[in-house]
Design a protein around this ligand. Structure first.
Ligand code: SAM
Ligand code: SF4
Length: 494
């Protein structure tokens, strides 16, 4: 009964209607999207090159331009898109990749999404929420043992993991500190992935200091959305989900993460949906998404759609989608997750990715249990890459990427349009480069294996030399913080 009442009172129709400008119509225009995808099915090389030039000026592309990029087939033009993606990433984010870990805290869910093991119809799933003592152990392993500084905490939609539980767990995570080899370890940015909420609840998330609020639309295609999200469930309401980010902005959360679950419907349509969403946020709030995610469907126990869908996306299509997104929204953060296997991650990472997870476990309580194998029957889906953070940091160093553990941005008020403007003109990089160096030093001293440290030292020296050359005014201060960090000071940032 309690669950039923809770479900009935979740959706506030007025917090959907107020954002619709033209009566019933929302901002995802299926006909317009399909029209552009048809019209641009064979774009000329000249038009594609014009579009690439626009991306390089760090301007968001139009839907028509995005549709054109989605249809490029000529390997030469694809190579030009790749080169542009690498240049854009270098200009906006330099050679930094931010890392994080997902932390699953609940497997209870009132919805029944056909692709997810947590769906309520799956009677074989163990249902629980992580209690405070176990949460402490999870954070101890993540922050004190592995060395993560950022989490994306993931919640099912259920009264037992509602906003009160989210607020309590976020507080608990921020409050925990652990002793490490040379200093202390702590989670400094808690992003969350949770169901859509009303503005009052979102205000509470803002107050407790969450970083990014992430909600994926799953599919922007309405007909498919209705098919995969039973209409008698909360998640069945497309509009409640579509306008979540509008409510988040109105609640004061200005780092929002959008995403689509690739494999439910045509991948080109989903990219167009993500760009339509970006345009809407830019137009209404003057700021686009802080991050875009593009998870692909992975096998999930007792969720046959995850493997049977006729829209499953091949590796090459996936790469094309990522490339197009990079060019279409040049300033946004792009998240590649451990759903993908190591070899694909190596291929995709250089094409403009800014964030990736490592040491990933998605079973409840799995970090502190130290389980080596995936617990397929107890987790939401199966992941493709379970390598440790140490291995991933080492591989990235060998590829020339510095792993950034920086969490300074939102703590210094560099969020929303403040950070967007800095990113667009390449200025955010000034702070981020310095913070990346300091936090890399911190992590290497506290957590890295000898082998990883060896791969990373030449990179960190190169980064310091670059600061000396390109930003001499900050060099002395950087070295001051660097020395202090080497001697055990922690959490120094610019
Ligand atoms: N219950 C919340 C919701 O649906 O918004 C929390 C998020 S859910 C636990 C996290 C995300 O995982 C979903 O938004 C979906 O995109 C993704 N997901 C679900 N099933 C998946 C699968 N089989 N393979 C890959 N990703 C999946
Ligand atoms: Fe629940 Fe989210 Fe899984 Fe859907 S995707 S069943 S809402 S946990």
């Amino acid at each position: 009964m309690r669950v039923k009442d809770w479900v009935e009172n979740r959706i506030r129709q007025d917090e959907i209607d107020r954002y619709k400008e033209t009566g019933e119509q929302d901002f995802i225009d299926d006909e317009l999207i399909e029209g552009y995808l048809d019209e641009m099915s064979e774009p000329s090389a000249q038009y594609v090159r014009q579009i690439i030039a626009k991306s390089l000026r760090i301007e968001t592309l139009s839907l028509r331009e995005t549709a054109a990029l989605l249809h490029v087939k000529d390997p030469l033009l694809i190579a030009e898109m790749e080169e542009a993606a690498i240049r854009i990433k270098k200009f906006v984010y330099d050679n930094r990749i931010v890392t994080f870990a997902p932390l699953y805290l609940s497997s209870k869910c009132v919805n029944s999404c056909k692709y997810c093991s947590f769906r309520s119809e799956n009677g074989e799933m163990e249902r629980r929420i992580v209690p405070p003592e176990e949460l402490k152990r999870e954070v101890q392993t993540l922050a004190g043992g592995i060395g993560h500084k950022r989490l994306i905490v993931v919640y099912g939609e259920h009264p037992d993991s509602d906003v009160d539980y989210i607020v309590d767990t976020v507080k608990e995570i921020y409050d925990s500190t652990f002793t490490t080899k040379k200093g202390s370890g702590q989670i400094r940015r808690v992003n969350i992935n949770a169901a859509p909420m009303a503005i009052d609840d979102l205000k509470r998330l803002k107050e407790v200091g969450i970083g990014t609020y992430q909600v994926f639309q799953e599919t922007y295609h309405k007909k498919t959305y209705r098919q995969v999200h039973p209409q008698n469930t909360l998640k069945g309401n497309y509009d409640w989900r579509l306008y979540t980010m509008h409510r988040a902005f109105d609640a004061g959360i200005d780092d929002v993460g959008i995403g689509a679950l690739f494999g439910l419907y045509d991948w080109r349509f989903e990219v167009m949906g993500l760009i339509s969403h970006t345009h809407e946020l830019e137009r209404k709030f003057g700021v686009g998404p802080h991050t875009i995610s593009f998870p692909r469907l992975e096998p999930a126990s007792n969720a046959p759609l995850a493997t049977d869908s006729k829209y499953l996306v091949s590796d090459d299509e996936f790469k094309h989608a990522v490339l197009t997104l990079r060019l279409a929204v040049p300033y946004t953060g792009m998240i590649l997750t451990a759903r993908e296997d190591a070899s694909l991650r190596r291929r995709i990472l250089p094409l403009g990715i800014t964030q990736t997870d490592a040491s990933t476990k998605i079973g409840l309580g799995a970090y502190s249990r130290g389980s080596e194998d995936q617990e397929v029957e107890r987790q939401q889906f199966v992941i493709g890459d379970s390598r440790s953070l140490d291995e991933v940091v080492r591989e990235m160093a060998e590829m020339g990427f510095i792993t950034s553990f920086c969490t300074a941005g939102y703590r210094c008020g560099r969020t929303g349009n403040k950070i967007m403007d800095m990113l667009k003109c390449g200025r955010e990089g000034t702070f981020c480069k310095l913070n990346a160096i300091i936090t890399y030093r911190e992590w290497l001293d506290d957590f890295a294996s000898e082998e990883t440290r060896k791969s990373a030292e030449p990179l960190i020296r190169r980064e310091i030399d670059e600061v000396k050359e390109q930003n001499p005014g900050m060099y002395d201060m950087l070295m001051d913080y660097y020395e202090k960090t080497s001697q055990g000071s922690r959490d120094l940032y610019f």
